[in-house]
Structures are given as C-alpha cells and as structure tokens.
Design a protein around this ligand. Structure first.
Ligand SMILES: [Zn+2]
Ligand SMILES: [Zn+2]
Length: 109
C-alpha cells in the first residue's frame, strides 16, 4: 500500500498548515468490482484538511483521525479513494485547477 505516498497532482500548497500539498483524490467507491470514479476531493497530505471542490479558498473540513472516511461515499478513506491521476482529473474536469509545478512523478523522488 502506498497510501501515504505524496499526491502525484496537487492544486497548491495548503493554506492551513502551509507545509502540505493539496492533492487531488478520487473516490472509487467501496465496491471492488466497480472501480468507477464517482467524485473527487482535495486532501492536504500533511494536515489532512479536505475540500470538496478544487479551490482551497472554499470551506474546508478535516478527516476524522479516529475514523477516516471518504467525503464522497463515506466509506473508509484510504480504501475507497486514491490520489487522482491525470486521466482521473480530466474526468473530473479539474485539469485547470492543478498546478503542474507541484506534480510528483513516481520514481523521481
Ligand atoms: Zn469514497
Ligand atoms: Zn495542510
């Protein structure tokens, strides 16, 4: 599991902790037979603030550390969502929000 690896695509630095990256995650739902992306959200990889739209100026909430759940399907956060890849972001229509300077290419780190 690479669940705590950094987000490959981010929309910016976190305005809350000023240390993390606001990575794009995509919810794949909790049905293992249908890995259909159902929605996206933004998660800071440092303080776990989350946003439901690709805009960190919008209202945020936090992942519940006791019971981390996906804001889209309410399933377990780390098993029903993953960091979004380029194609996922295209599907979400969020490409314009991503800052390519913050992209992390696997194997490059
Ligand atoms: Zn989910
Ligand atoms: Zn943060």
């Amino acid at each position: 599991m690479q669940q705590h690896a950094g987000p490959p695509h981010s929309i910016g630095r976190c305005p809350i902790c000023e240390a993390g990256l606001c990575g794009v995650r995509i919810c794949t739902g909790d049905d293992p037979l249908s890995q259909q992306p159902t929605g996206g959200f933004i998660l800071c990889d440092e303080c776990e603030a989350l946003w439901l739209e690709p805009n960190t100026a919008s209202e945020h909430s936090y992942v519940d550390p006791e019971n981390p759940s996906c804001p889209i399907c309410r399933g377990a956060l780390w098993s029903t969502s993953r960091w979004a890849l380029q194609d996922d972001i295209k599907t979400l229509g969020w490409s314009g929000a991503v800052d390519p300077d913050l992209d992390i290419t696997p194997g490059q780190v």
